[in-house]
Structure formats: structure tokens, C-alpha cells
Write a protein that binds this ligand. Structure first.
Ligand code: SF4
Length: 475
């Protein structure tokens, strides 16, 4: 299901990398890893592979617009030969959904060829790009990932290893990034010091894997080893995994994007020791404690509202049920960015189970309301199906501020909660009552993990840029 069509936020990307020490081809494994990460980006995808025993410039890659199963075929995967590789799924922010910006980026430089996949946004990408352009760099894409790749390539010339070059580049780039870098003989994973975006390590037989989420490890039958720590660089070679934590900051200063737990990540993933499903159940429980209401049925707006709805039900004792049937076969034809298609697509994608809600007082749980363009329709659909009351509960606080770290939160003026009270929002969406998760509940739902909650509070873990960079790096 398209997030755009559902008044949902978009994640920037998902990354996946693998190094098979037995020399097996890895392209099809990357494909299935990306398939498991498809929820993190549906606009483009790509795979780049290399043979660690071959010449140092033997990277082959394929990228394209669309979902993994639209871009790759068995034959095209077969043509990607190599025992080390990196893959990427991309969700772009406004505009610039073009093939050139698909990843992984493949860069030839003096020491060989680099493949790079990136999830996140840099807050100083524009400055860094301008600096590089002044010294003659010519960019092929409009994404800030290329700025990172350039910096790594440049630093590599003056350092003794690729991991040191990554470390030096990380001293320059600021913002949110989970990176996978493929060099001719090494696979490197790195996470920004705040740990905004997830990245974990797995192992299958004699192959090491890096992935945005642990669900991708499960899909390919790899065992979860551990998360890459915020600020850590892991280097995977035939000698095993080496870790560099020079850029790590005290744990209490780290700041994972809380929206991974609320909405982005798949419920079967675990990030930094906290299960996504568990955190959503907890959010539902807190909602039941903090915003109780008498009702006959608790339902979730699929998919990410479901776990929170179950939590609400478990805590309140009100039965949990299914109210929505989703049409999972609506293809990309309907995925068009823009307000009008967003507004028209709800009924195409969701149907209400009339017999489940007829004559009932319903509590409807959703993970967030961004602009509010679909909430009123879903509430109306429940009423039209015979619900006598519709009480809306949201498993996150109201969005009030922009995000500079890779989430496409729209302008403040477009946010439904901007300049509106809860009662006013309730009126706009046509619900009988409305309750949001309290901001103080966010760290409780992830068992006290340090988090970023800037889009709710306006307080960011790092100083936001003085000019609004959102989207600019893509122009
Ligand atoms: S501002 Fe919000 S969406 Fe952006 S990283 Fe922080 S918690 Fe995530």
C-alpha cells in the first residue's frame, strides 16, 4: 500500500549489504533482503555487486524506478555476478523521483570502485556539495548520498584504508545516515553518532549481512548478530568484523528516530534491543490508560495501527476486532504523489467490514495524522458502515515541527495539528472524541532508549540548519 496515498510520512530508504566468504553470488540474496525492506522505499531500487577475487573495478549494477519485483528479473539477477554486494530501496522527497538518483551509487576512483547505499538526510549537504563543486567535483545525481561518496573517495587517497576514509568523511558530514559501503575487498557499515536510522548485522553460513532492519535478516534466513551502534563503523573482511567506535557519543546523547518504532519499521523488526511490535503494543496500552473511553470494539487502521489497537484492547478489556479489509493488489498505477490522488485513493484501498462495526461504538487507532486528508474519510466510512460512535486514538503525539533527518514531514502550515487544538482537530476529522499519545510516553514505549522526538517538540538532538534544507538537496 502506498504511504503517500494514506496521508503517511515517507521514509527515505532501506539498505542491505552482504559479503559471502565462500564466494557464492549474492545478488539474489540482496534482492530478497530488499524485498523485505520494500516498505522503506517504493520509488526506486538497485543492486551493485563485485567479485572480491577479481580486478578492483569489476562492479556490476542494476538500478531502476519501481518496486524490486518490477525492476529485477531472474535473468537480470543472474547477470549480477559477485560475492560482495550492496542494495537499496528508495523513497524520494518532493520531486526528483528520477532514475539518476536511484542507489546504490557506484563511484570509480583512484583506488578502485566504491558502491554506496545511504538512508537518511545530511543537514550540511548543501555546504559540502558547494565546497566540492568549487574544487572541480561534478555531480551525477542530486542526492546528498553522492556528497558522502565523494568525501569517502577523496579521503581514501590520503588514508591507509577505506574504513579510515569513511571515518574521516563522517567527521565532515552532519545529520542522519546509515551507510553501507562496498569497496573491492571490504563491506563497511556505519551509523551516524546519534543513531537516527537503524542498521544491524547478521550472519548466514559463511556470509555477513548488513541491513536496515532485522526483518530482512529473517527473510534471508540469517541470524541476527547485533545492531551497529550509533557512531560505530564496522568493517567486514575475511578476517571477521572490526569495530571502530571513535565517533561514538555517550549513549544518553544518542537519538533514534522514534518514528521507526511508531510507524516506519516493520513490526517484526527489532531495533537497538527493542521490538517494534512490543513498542506499538505499549503505545496502545498507554493510550488506553491516558485516553479511556467507553466502547464496544477497538480496531486498527492497517497496518501500523493494528498493534497499538491490540495494546489498547489488552489494557482496556474492550474487544479487539478487524474493521478494515485492505486491497493488497492495488499496483503502482495509483501511486501518484499529490493531494488529489491522496484524497481519492482511500476507498480503493480500504473497505469497512460492515458486519463487524454495525451498531457498535468503535475506537479506531491510527499511528499518526499528518495532514488529516484521509482521517475524515476513514471515520466517515466507519459511520456509513453503521458505527454508532467513532473515537479516534493516535499512537503518537501531534506533529508540529519539521524533520531535517530524512522524514518528509510537510510544511508546518499543512500539518493538521498546527494552530489547532485537539478539539478542533477532532471536529475536522468528524470523530466523537480524539486522543493522542502523550509526548512523555515516547521514551517509555521504547524502554527508555534515548530518542529523537523533534517533530513533536521542536527540540532536536543537533542544531537544525538555519535554512530549510528539506528538499533543497534534491534540487
Ligand atoms: S524529527 Fe521526528 S521524524 Fe525526524 S528523526 Fe526526529 S523523530 Fe524522526
Amino acid at each position: 500500500m502506498s504511504r503517500e496515498n494514506f496521508d503517511k510520512l515517507g521514509e527515505e530508504c532501506g539498505v542491505f549489504g552482504i559479503y559471502d566468504f565462500d564466494g557464492n553470488d549474492v545478488a539474489s540474496t540482496i534482492y530478497y533482503g530488499l524485498f523485505a525492506l520494500q516498505h522503506r522505499g517504493q520509488e526506486s531500487c538497485g543492486i551493485a555487486v563485485s567479485d572480491t577475487n577479481g580486478p578492483k573495478r569489476n562492479v556490476t549494477s542494476q538500478k531502476g524506478m519501481g518496486l524490486c519485483n518490477e525492476v529485477f528479473t531472474p535473468d537480470s539477477l543472474q547477470a549480477l555476478k559477485g560475492d560482495i554486494g550492496v542494495g537499496h530501496v528508495r523513497y524520494s522527497t518532493a520531486g526528483e523521483s528520477v532514475p539518476e538518483n536511484a542507489q546504490p551509487l557506484v563511484l570509480n576512483y583512484v583506488k578502485g570502485t566504491l558502491g554506496l547505499a545511504h538512508n537518511g538526510n545530511l543537514i550540511n549537504a548543501i555546504e559540502l556539495r558547494e565546497e566540492l563543486e568549487k574544487t572541480g567535483a561534478i555531480f551525477q545525481t542530486t542526492i546528498d548520498s553522492e556528497v558522502i561518496a565523494y568525501h569517502i573517495a577523496r579521503e581514501r587517497v590520503n588514508t591507509s584504508s577505506i574504513e579510515k576514509a569513511v571515518a574521516r568523511a563522517m567527521q565532515k558530514i552532519k545529520g542522519a545516515y546509515s551507510l553501507i559501503v562496498m569497496s573491492p575487498r571490504k563491506l563497511i557499515g556505519a551509523r551516524d553518532p546519534y543513531g537516527f536510522k537503524p542498521l544491524c548485522i547478521g550472519k548466514r553460513d559463511n556470509a555477513y549481512v548488513l541491513a536496515s532492519e532485522s526483518c530482512a535478516l529473517d527473510t534471508i534466513g540469517a541470524e541476527f548478530i547485533r545492531d551497529v551502534n550509533p557512531g560505530e563503523i564496522v568493517t567486514i573482511t575475511k578476517d571477521g568484523i572490526q569495530s571502530d567506535c571513535d565517533l561514538c557519543i555517550p549513549k544518553e546523547k544518542t537519538a533514534r528516530c522514534i518514528f521507526e518504532y511508531i510507524y516506519f519499521a516493520r513490526p517484526d523488526s527489532e531495533i537497538d534491543g527493542v521490538g517494534v511490535y512490543h513498542s506499538r503494543i505499549q503505545a496502545g496500552r498507554y493510550l488506553a490508560q491516558d485516553s479511556p473511553v467507553e466502547a464496544d470494539l477497538v480496531v486498527g487502521v492497517p497496518e501500523s495501527g493494528n498493534a497499538a489497537a491490540l495494546g489498547y484492547s489488552l489494557e482496556s478489556g474492550i474487544p479487539y476486532g478487524t474493521a478494515f479489509v485492505k486491497n493488497g493488489y492495488v499496483g503502482r498505477t495509483f501511486i501518484k504523489p499529490g493531494q488529489s490522488s491522496r484524497e481519492s485513493s482511500v476507498q480503493i484501498k480500504l473497505n469497512v467490514l460492515k458486519e463487524a462495526v454495525k451498531g457498535k461504538r468503535v475506537i479506531m487507532i491510527d499511528d499518526s495524522i499528518v495532514r488529516g486528508t484521509t482521517s475524515d474519510r476513514i471515520v466517515k466510512m466507519l459511520r456509513d458502515a453503521g458505527a454508532t460512535e467513532v473515537h479516534v486514538r493516535i499512537s503518537s503525539p501531534p506533529f508540529l515541527w519539521p524533520c531535517y533527518f530524512g522524514t518528509d514531514i510537510p510544511e508546518r502550515e499543512q500539518l493538521i495539528a498546527y494552530n489547532r487544538s485537539i478539539n478542533e482537530i477532532c471536529e475536522v476529522i468528524g470523530a466523537d472524541s480524539l486522543g493522542y499519545l502523550g509526548e512523555e510516553r515516547l521514551s517509555q514505549m521504547v524502554q527508555g532508549l534515548p530518542i529523537c522526538k523533534g517533530c513533536f517538540t521542536g527540540e532536536y538532538p543537533m542544531k537544525p540548519p538555519t535554512r530549510d534544507i528539506r528538499g533543497n538537496f534534491e534540487r
